[in-house]
Design a protein around this ligand. Structure first.
Ligand code: FAD
Length: 638
């Protein structure tokens, strides 16, 4: 009896592992997808470009539903198959399961699923995976990280408020909980061969099969979500002597180094000068991440270390170096002012208008623009948090697709990489290039001039703007910024009148009326919010790709006929936080609301607890916060 239960559990686990998660051998995948490519190519062309009839769409939808039904029925047959395979030859288990998946679609007369390969398991990748329908696509994920990290809490890991594992969620667990059939390869993509739709990947983990570290994965659709690197701006010594704050490993290294600095400073043979240097903590970059880290560090030093290392407390200093006038320069001026005065009150040193020139071992050299002099500041720990740089993989890909002269990979408003097909990019590794109205000005004038009179009336202008405002999101931003209820005023201003609605303008005046709208175009910020919204948006487009070719939901095509298939990506800003330490935070909330103080810190706690990607991490994070409240932060250097 006990043996029976154990065997059943073993078989169930083996089945779960084989069917829900990864194929450990990419060679198998490339074999069965070579055949998929041949058949799938035809299917893709049909669903992508042609407008399938309603009947055909219904047939495809039913076929997918039928396939799910058969999959359920097929489970019992597969269980028998697995039982036989497992008892007889466990090594062959995956082959049976993997091939049966392909055979099943073949026998049902369905084309093989198209292969979508996702690079990266960060914010963009995770939200894409959560929403993509794996009944429609063969989804494969390649990432050197087999987990997702809740990055906004990384600064809290640097001082031990939150444990590293509390903010990491394994991707396999997420897929299993969401019943997604996804194959994950823990590897780094080294090269994208866009012409042959192939990826060169490498297992960069500590455990590899010698001589078999590299492998190739082919794809039908590629989604690039590999994030970005910290940007050193070519300042000498940064790579060698500074810490970055990007990954979870960086945070644990910083935590250990801070504790190390305190322990070393306590050694008996050191002078006070040595101690001051050892306990000088420098943060380069006064953006949200740098400021949050500085605030967390200050709390650690004054709330916990002060009790444990009282003899060296007087030598501690925290300095923030920022190249421009103010810290938090993407925030409202009131928040900047509050943060700066709080930091100064807390005894932190703010060096604004100071530019780092080089970093030597234990010394940072910066140019103080106000004092017009170079200053050398000794440090025990320096953290570099100044912005984002492009990954070599993306740089190389940009050259391939004719974007070699750009700094960031450009996509259109549908997240399609410019210059190549079937490739999408999102998150920090890419930027959405919105189309300027002025690029289409002649076409727009023609579209507005319905009666072909060579002039556009106020009413025609208004109708046009209504028609294209989804295509050019800057129209809405402009109206919001200028607090306009309608755009009639623009055209009246171009004619220098506000008397009558019977104004008519020619092409030149029409240009004058709209050219200021483009000035409102802004890039989406490199944040988790943008990345997550893009992942979700793209997954939804993919989910509708095979079916909704009839029902084009997008805006009217200005350069072509009809409508775009999908609405362009629109970012919805939900506000942003800046934790300032001492249980205080500042927030910019939707609707231009500003909130600062202790109550905002509680809002921060509740928002970040609710935004956790699983109940497990939510429980762990809340537990860590509570633990810190009762027992303080842990200062052991493990
Ligand atoms: C410390 C810190 C705090 C932050 N706080 C906030 C905040 O409070 N609010 C906010 O909105 N944003 C915050 N951000 C920014 C936010 O985390 C990023 O904008 C977001 O992570 C971008 O998501 P992404 O998916 O593009 O990239 P990432 O989340 O960086 O993920 C990139 C993924 O690609 C993988 N990858 C890298 N190279 C390769 C390769 N060659 N092949 C395959 N996979 C690869 C990585 O392992 C990773 O899984 C913070 C960032 C940091 C570092």
């Amino acid at each position: 009896m006990r043996f029976g239960r154990t065997a059943a559990t073993f078989l169930r686990r083996a089945w779960d592992q084989a069917s829900h998660t990864s194929n450990p051998s990419p060679h198998l995948t490339s074999r069965h997808h070579e055949s998929a490519l041949a058949v799938g190519g035809r299917w893709a062309r049909r669903s992508y470009s042609s407008r399938a009839s309603g009947e055909e769409i219904g047939r495809q939808q039913k076929a997918v539903m039928r396939s799910s039904y058969f999959r359920r029925r097929g489970d019992s047959y597969r269980s028998i198959l697995i039982a036989v395979a497992a008892t007889g030859c466990l090594g062959g288990l995956y082959v049976v399961v993997s091939d049966s998946r392909v055979d099943r679609r073949d026998s049902e007369g369905l084309p093989p699923k198209k292969k979508v390969v996702l690079l990266g398991t960060g914010w963009a990748g995770m939200s894409f995976l959560k929403d993509i329908n794996t009944d429609l696509y063969d989804v494969q994920v390649i990432s050197p990280r087999n987990y997702f990290v809740f990055t906004p809490l990384i600064p809290s890991v640097t001082n031990g408020t939150v444990e590293a594992r509390s903010i990491a969620e394994p991707i396999r667990r997420m897929c299993k909980n969401k019943k997604k059939e996804v194959r994950l390869f823990e590897a780094k993509c080294l090269e994208i061969d866009h012409n042959n739709k192939r990826l060169l990947c490498r297992d960069i983990s500590d455990v590899t099969v010698k001589g078999k570290e590299e492998f190739i994965v082919d794809y039908d659709f590629l989604v690039v979500a590999v994030g970005a690197l910290s940007n050193t701006f070519g300042v000498p010594g940064v790579e060698k002597y500074c810490h970055f704050l990007k990954e979870l490993e960086d945070a644990t290294r910083i935590r250990d180094t801070v504790v190390d600095c305190f322990e070393t400073a306590c050694l008996p043979h050191l002078t006070d000068d040595d101690r001051r240097k050892m306990l000088s903590f420098v943060i380069v970059g006064g953006g949200p991440t740098g400021v949050e880290f500085a605030a967390e560090l200050h709390d650690l030093v004054h709330q916990d270390m002060a009790k444990l290392y009282p003899s060296v407390q007087e030598h501690v200093s925290v300095t923030v170096i920022e190249a421009v006038d103010h810290i938090l320069n993407t925030f409202d001026a009131r928040i900047q002012e509050y943060a700066e005065s709080k930091f100064r009150r807390d005894g932190m040193f703010l060096k604004t208008n100071c530019q780092v020139k080089k970093v030597n071992e234990g010394e940072i050299v910066y140019f103080d623009k106000k004092a017009n002099q170079e200053v050398a500041l000794p440090f025990g720990l320096a953290v570099w948090s100044t912005g984002l740089g492009t990954r070599p993989l993306v740089k190389d890909f940009m050259v391939q697709v004719g974007q070699g002269d750009r700094k960031v990979l450009a996509t259109d408003e549908w997240l399609r990489v410019k210059g190549c097909d079937a490739t999408y990019a999102m998150g920090d590794c890419a930027t959405v290039e919105q189309r300027k109205i002025m690029e289409d000005i002649n076409l727009l004038f023609k579209l507005a001039d319905a009666d072909k009179s060579g002039k556009v009336t106020v009413d025609e202008f208004e109708e046009l703007m209504e028609l294209v405002r989804e295509r050019y999101p800057q129209i809405d931003s402009f109206m919001k910024k200028k607090q306009l209820r309608d755009l009639k005023t623009l055209i009246k201003r171009a004619e220098a009148t506000d008397q009558t609605d019977a104004v008519e303008v020619d092409l030149d005046r029409f240009k004058m009326a709209v050219e200021q709208i483009d000035a409102q175009m802004t890039r989406f910020p490199a944040t988790a919010q943008v990345a997550a919204q893009q992942g979700s948006y793209l997954a939804n487009c993919f989910n509708h790709l095979p079916f909704d070719s009839e029902a084009a939901q997008g805006p009217v095509r200005v350069r072509g006929e009809g409508h775009h298939r999908f609405k362009p990506f629109m970012y919805k800003h939900l506000g942003q936080f800046a934790p300032l330490g001492g249980e205080q935070a500042a927030a910019e909330l939707p609707g231009d609301w500003i909130s600062i103080g202790r109550s905002t810190q509680w809002l921060w706690y509740s928002v970040y607890a609710s935004r956790q990607v699983s109940w497990r991490t939510r429980a762990l994070v809340v537990y860590d916060w509570t633990k810190r409240l009762f027992f303080g932060r842990d200062s052991s250097r493990l």
